[in-house]
Design a binder for this molecule. Structure first.
Ligand SMILES: CC(C)(COP(=O)(O)OP(=O)(O)OC[C@H]1O[C@@H](n2cnc3c(N)ncnc32)[C@H](O)[C@@H]1OP(=O)(O)O)[C@@H](O)C(=O)NCCC(=O)NCCS
Length: 163
């Protein structure tokens, strides 16, 4: 079945929130147990509510893409343009952020991630953006391999220590 990539509309709010929740659950399944000392239900609720606000407040500097297979939505991408801190020594000004990218398990491994990425990058280019960030977790080898295949390279790195 063909996949359709399209911009989310107001009526898609529940589809967006459902994918957001699934992505949060996916992350939590993969995080170090040492970092999961919080209440999962509260975190999920906060993540979904944050996404709801972000979707409701979307503007010309925000892109919400959905990937549909028939009636089902099997993936999404959320991209934003923000103004980098003027004191950021790695470069300032308007910067692209690929905030969310997620495919349901069955939709992975068949080029759909690339199709979403192509649309996102075209949107950034149309907006004159020359620098795009994405912040995968260190454990997410598949996502890191995917981004590298798409031309991203490791830049800033975050370390954590659990006590
Ligand atoms: C990351 C993701 C968007 C990539 O989309 P995709 O359509 O599955 O991507 P591809 O099929 O092109 O695979 C990307 C690369 O991942 C790697 N890969 C593929 N299958 C893999 C597997 N089972 N395990 C590890 N790496 C794998 C390969 O390097 C592959 O590149 P290749 O096709 O040149 O071999 C998708 O897998 C996904 O949604 N994963 C879960 C959510 C997630 O991690 N999102 C990113 C948050 S930062």
């Amino acid at each position: 079945m063909d996949t359709l990539i399209r911009q989310a509309e107001a009526c898609d709010i529940e589809r967006v929130l459902s994918l957001c929740k699934k992505q949060c659950e996916f992350n939590r399944e993969n995080h170090s147990p040492a970092s999961l000392y919080d209440a999962e239900a509260a975190v999920l609720q906060a993540v979904v509510e944050k996404m709801r606000t972000s979707f409701q407040n979307r503007d010309g500097d925000t892109l919400f893409l959905l990937a549909d297979k028939g009636q089902a939505t099997c993936g999404y991408a959320v991209a934003k343009i923000y103004t980098e801190d003027p004191a950021a020594d790695a470069g300032t000004g308007r910067t692209g952020l690929l905030e969310k990218l997620f495919l349901t398990e069955e939709a992975r491994g068949s080029g759909l991630g690339q199709a979403l990425m192509d649309e996102v990058m075209e949107w950034f280019q149309g907006k004159g953006i020359r620098r795009v960030r994405v912040e995968p977790y260190g454990w997410n080898e598949r996502a890191k391999a995917f981004y590298e295949k798409c031309g991203f390279q490791e830049y800033s790195v975050t370390y954590e220590k659990f006590m």
